[in-house]
Design a protein around this ligand. Structure first.
Ligand SMILES: *Cc1c(COP(=O)(O)O)cnc(C)c1O
Length: 472
């Protein structure tokens, strides 16, 4: 097998990637291949002999492209997925080429330093306590896990139990209070930590999925002993926020550790016009958020932020004789994440924040919320289309056939989503909300602006009319 030069391969990859991104406007907003089609494209026996890099990169592009979902296109309103900003992608390519392992700040100083500075900038952008420590992880799922591990350790330490050393067997019980509409991955994090996804107190929520303060009061009143409260900034369907102003003082009186899942909603704090939604969020103890959602870093990137760096470190620290300890004023990145070896995510985060700046980030997030409001307004004005949520952020949930029986409305909503996906002018998916089918729009990709929102709303209305006409 001949050697391929890195110059040639990177140029080949760049040409392929550039063409892909340039052609997105003329591609349908959905994968052309489904899973079976993609599997058939890749599936073949283990190669006994290798092929040239050039050939493999061409094959990879040809086999993958039909099965790619155009998440970086201007019509993607599917799940809460950022648009992989070009500056982040370019930084990430260099990250790969540099091959750094961000687990060790002595061996790879630049990776650790970029991360340290990006972490400081994040605290300023989100206006969270500047003394907090930040771990760069794969996403909000792991960020929730890391924060809740710090929470678990600290509330047990206060009760005289060292969970890092002794584990959970025989430990005092921890009460976990969580909203009924928390994101499913927070329950996963609790599961990984031995806290159980069912062994929690689920607090009742309102129509926006926000905790009802009266129900929270009822539950938190009877808490005695170690407790963790999980609040939310940005409910995955409605974009709703728990009321930090009301809930935090009650949780504090109970001596609880207060964690916030702010995977995308935390970014409201970066915007003067939206900040009121997350007022008081900084009075909590830990926060999980994503880079690959509203900050538009390429996948994958999330941030685990903990006010008490010692609790964070105790939960995550890795020590080995061959790893030099962190000196005064140094930040050892492996102290704040579960992994030792990992990708140097700080480079892309640093590059995007430096490129967009505080102003650019705020303008983008505010623009997305404005687009969501306008889309909701337009859809609400249509016969038998209902916007189900109060559009406070970037999430819009929609019902079609709102004038019909609920079951019929479910059928029409499913049919309209299928029609939209087939037409391919935009991509939106379905969800269940309060037991009924809804279409969910997330306005979060950096490319989305008023014109894209308008075009998408028109396409949604056209799809709905087509469904209505064909269903009689
Ligand atoms: C996306 C999301 C998560 C999970 O984050 P990942 O980055 O997918 O791991 C958790 N909570 C909320 C509210 C989310 O939107």
């Amino acid at each position: 097998m001949q050697e391929d030069s890195i110059g040639r391969l990177l140029q080949q990859a760049a040409a392929r990637a550039i063409r892909y991104r340039d052609e997105l406007p003329s591609r349908p907003q959905r994968p052309v291949h489904d899973y079976a089609g993609s599997l058939a494209a890749f599936d073949e026996p283990l190669p006994e002999r290798g092929f040239s890099g050039e050939r493999v990169i061409d094959e990879l592009a040809e086999r993958a492209e039909p099965g790619l979902n155009a998440t970086t296109g201007s019509g993607f309103f599917g799940w809460v997925i950022g648009g992989s900003h070009p500056v982040g992608v370019a930084a990430d390519w260099m990250t790969s080429a540099w091959g750094q392992n961000a687990g060790n700040h002595h061996a790879m100083p630049a990776a650790a330093a970029a991360e340290a500075v990006a972490a400081r900038w994040l605290l300023e952008l989100l206006d969270l306590p500047r003394e907090s420590s930040v771990g760069l992880v794969t996403g909000a799922t792991v960020a929730n896990f890391v924060c809740l591990a710090a929470a678990r350790g600290e509330v047990l330490r206060r009760a005289g139990w060292d969970v890092e050393a002794k584990g959970l067997f025989g430990a005092p019980e921890i009460t976990v209070l969580i909203g009924d509409d928390a994101h499913t991955t927070v329950f996963s994090a609790l599961q990984f930590l031995g806290l159980g996804h069912d062994r929690v107190v689920r607090v009742a929520t309102d129509s926006q999925g926000q905790m009802l303060p009266d129900d929270f009061r009822r539950h938190v009143r009877v808490v005695s002993g170690p407790a963790i409260v999980v609040l939310q900034a940005g409910q995955i369907n409605t974009g709703g926020f728990d009321s930090f102003g009301e809930l935090v003082p009650m949780a504090r009186r109970a001596g609880a550790w207060i964690h916030v899942d702010g995977a995308f909603g935390a970014w409201a704090r970066a915007c003067p016009g939206l900040r009121h939604l997350a007022e008081g969020m900084d009075l909590c103890d830990s926060w999980a958020t994503d880079g690959h959602k509203w900050l538009q870093t390429p996948y994958d990137c999330g941030y685990a932020i903990v006010r008490d760096p010692e609790a964070h470190r105790r939960a995550m620290t890795i020590a080995a004789s061959y790893l030099p300890p962190a000196m005064e004023g140094e930040r050892d990145p492996s102290h704040f994440v579960p992994e030792l070896s990992r990708r140097a995510r700080g480079f892309a985060t640093w590059a995007i924040i430096r490129h967009l700046g505080r102003d650019g980030i705020a303008a983008m997030v505010e623009r997305h919320c404005e687009v969501a409001r306008r889309m909701a307004e337009k859809l609400r004005g249509e016969n038998a289309i209902a916007v189900v949520n109060d559009v406070v952020l970037n999430q819009v949930i929609v019902r079609f056939g709102a004038d019909e029986q609920p079951e019929r409305g479910d059928t029409l909503t499913r049919a309209t989503i299928a029609r939209i996906q087939r037409d391919g002018a935009l991509f939106a998916g379905g969800a269940k909300w309060r037991g009924r089918e809804v279409m969910r729009l997330s306005v979060i990709s950096w490319l989305l602006d008023e014109a894209a929102g308008e075009a998408a709303a028109d396409a949604i209305v056209a799809a709905w009319h087509a469904v209505r006409n064909s269903e009689g």
